[in-house]
Design a protein around this ligand. Structure first.
Ligand code: CMP
Length: 139
């Protein structure tokens, strides 16, 4: 079925001018970028987005990092888009990511791992709504 998922190109990747190369990976996998904007998050906004991780030891570092530079937030559309995007991203820790995935090719560490993608339909809905109104999503 056609799904939507929320993708974030993180500050480590925008700093290294990798937005186009990462977008090409999505498009080559059959994902369509149906909404996209480059924004700078505050630490508080990053904290709200990642609130499910609030009790994790890396939460403060994660929020600092996500506010440390521009991010590109996107809605990706496609058949099974949530799982497909997770395949294209590769494992959370780039050391474990399969060859050819975004994290294997571009990421430097588990914290600075270049991309985020929603993990399930319910979180995809919530995460898309955090950044986009319906009017901004053009399929
Ligand atoms: P993401 O998919 O955006 O969701 C939560 C993020 O927390 C994850 O990617 C990682 O970037 C980050 N993260 C997970 N584990 C660690 C860790 N051990 N140290 C620092 N950051 C982490």
């Amino acid at each position: 079925a056609t799904e939507h998922t929320l993708s974030i190109i993180k500050p480590d990747a925008t700093k290294r001018n990798l937005t186009g190369k990462i977008n090409a990976k999505f498009e080559d996998a059959g994902l369509r970028i149906v909404a996209q904007k480059r924004i700078q998050l505050t630490k508080a906004q990053a904290g709200e987005f990642y609130k499910v991780h609030a009790e994790r030891p890396f939460y403060d570092e994660l929020c600092e990092f996500m506010a440390s530079g521009p991010v590109v937030v996107q809605v990706l559309e496609g058949d099974g888009a949530i799982a497909k995007n997770r395949e294209v991203m590769g494992a959370t820790n780039p050391a474990d990511a399969d060859a050819g995935t975004i994290r294997a090719e571009f990421s430097e560490s588990v914290g600075e791992n270049s991309v985020h993608g929603s993990d399930a339909p319910e979180t995809a809905r919530e995460e898309i709504a955090y950044f986009f109104s319906g009017l901004e999503i053009v399929g």
